[in-house]
Structure formats: structure tokens, C-alpha cells
Design a protein around this ligand. Structure first.
Ligand SMILES: Cc1cc2nc3c(=O)[nH]c(=O)nc-3n(C[C@H](O)[C@H](O)[C@H](O)COP(=O)(O)O)c2cc1C
Length: 211
């Protein structure tokens, strides 16, 4: 497993050119959805939503607001990682309810956690909550990229798009969401020369220390 993990992480790269003839199997798609469901988040609140962009016209329009990056129309699948704009008292209570019911707890047992959620998150300013939710999307991205590599699938993390335009295109405001990241997934094109480039990484000793 150790070798498999490191091999996969060395094999993966931010793919620039996809094989447009490759299709994602239903099994891989389901596995990716489970990976997204298992993503950890602060307090387990999962303030995220993931959208598969399957409609070709939507793909084209998404590409135009993403620096015309070809991966968006050529990859087998495109995921938009979105975060909630806010966390309402109802969101917090629904989370406490889900935990209570999933774990067979009594209301008495969950009360402390429920109150803590309301106190801790109630203290945050609206902009802080929105930014905090957005950070959780990056955790999902990291897990997604590693999972894709282990599944022998290529993926491209993308911040290179106009999030306000994408929110408008996907009508995200209506669902209380905003876009954070895009991630095309598929198979690298045989002639994507980026796959042959050496990985550029700082030496471990410059990024890791012991105190
Ligand atoms: C948050 C984030 C946003 C990125 N945005 C883009 C992007 O819009 N387009 C792109 O081609 N690559 C994008 N990249 C890829 C990075 O340039 C790439 O991961 C980095 O150079 C390291 O190379 P590697 O992933 O190929 O190992 C992004 C990466 C991350 C983590």
C-alpha cells in the first residue's frame, strides 16, 4: 500500500490535455461519490455540494469563464466543488439530529454538542463562515486528487475561473452555494507533454522541521 500510494502520487499531475474518447465507468463515478461523501470537515458539518457538469453546452460555457481551459470540454467528467454561503441554525440542528440518530444517542447525550455548535458558529461573522466553508472544499479536493490517482484516473485541480460568473451560470445563489474549485477527471492524452516533466518540489528539509 505504501508503494502504491507513493507511486500514484508521483504518477498524477495536473493534466493539461485529456483523451476526449475516454468515458468514466459508472463504478468509478460511484467510488468518487463515496470518496466525496467520506471527506472530513470541521465538526463534520459537510458544508459542501458537488456538481457533475454533464451537459455539453454547460461545459462549453464553463470553459469560456475558465480561461478557455480545454480540459473542461475534453475530460470524461467535470466536478464543481461548491460551498455553502452560510450555516443557519437549522443546518446546525440538522447536523446534531443526524449525529444523534445515526449513533443512536439520546437528546440529552447530544445536547452539549448541539449547544457548542450554536455558540461557536453563532459567534462567527457571516463572511468568516462563508470563507470557512470554502476552505472545506480544499480538503475535498486533496482527497479527490489522491483517490483519482489511486483509481488510475487523471484529474486537474482548478482555481483558474471566474467564480462569480460560474455561480451565475449554475444559478448557485438560489441554493445558497458558491463555487470554489473545478476538477476535470478522465484519462491523459498520449501527447500531453506535461506527463513527462519532472515534478517540481522543494526539498523536504525546507518544508518540514521539528521543534
Ligand atoms: C488549488 C489549485 C488550483 C489550481 N488551478 C489550476 C488551473 O486552473 N489550471 C491548471 O492547469 N492547473 C491548476 N493547478 C495545478 C497546479 O499548477 C499544479 O498542481 C502544481 O503546479 C503542481 O504540479 P502537479 O500537480 O502537476 O504535480 C491548480 C492546483 C491547485 C492545488
Amino acid at each position: 500500500m505504501k508503494n502504491q500510494l507513493l507511486q500514484a502520487l508521483n504518477w498524477r499531475y495536473a493534466t493539461k490535455k485529456y483523451d476526449p474518447s475516454f468515458a468514466l465507468s459508472e463504478e468509478d463515478k460511484q467510488t468518487i461519490e463515496t470518496v466525496l461523501q467520506l471527506v472530513p470537515s470541521s465538526y463534520g458539518l459537510q458544508p459542501l455540494h458537488f456538481i457533475w457538469i454533464e451537459d455539453q453546452e454547460l461545459r462549453e460555457k464553463t470553459k469560456t469563464i475558465a480561461w478557455n481551459q480545454q480540459q473542461i470540454t475534453d475530460a470524461a467528467a467535470v466536478l464543481v466543488l461548491c460551498a455553502k454561503n452560510e450555516l443557519t441554525a437549522t443546518d446546525l440542528d440538522q447536523h446534531a439530529d443526524l449525529m444523534r440518530d445515526t449513533r443512536g444517542m439520546t437528546e440529552e447525550q447530544i445536547k452539549g454538542f448541539r449547544n457548542h455548535l450554536h455558540t461557536a458558529i453563532g459567534q462567527k461573522a457571516a463572511a468568516e463562515v462563508k470563507a470557512w466553508n470554502g476552505k472545506q472544499a480544499y480538503i475535498a479536493l486533496g482527497q479527490l486528487l489522491t483517490a483519482c490517482a489511486l483509481l488510475d484516473l487523471d484529474a486537474t485541480p482548478m482555481e483558474g475561473f471566474d467564480p462569480v460568473a460560474l455561480d451565475r451560470l449554475l444559478n448557485l445563489e438560489k441554493d445558497g452555494l458558491h463555487s470554489v474549485l473545478i476538477c476535470p477527471i478522465g484519462k491523459r492524452a498520449a501527447d500531453d507533454h506535461y506527463q513527462h516533466l519532472q515534478k517540481v518540489r522543494k526539498p523536504k528539509k525546507s518544508i518540514i522541521s521539528v521543534r
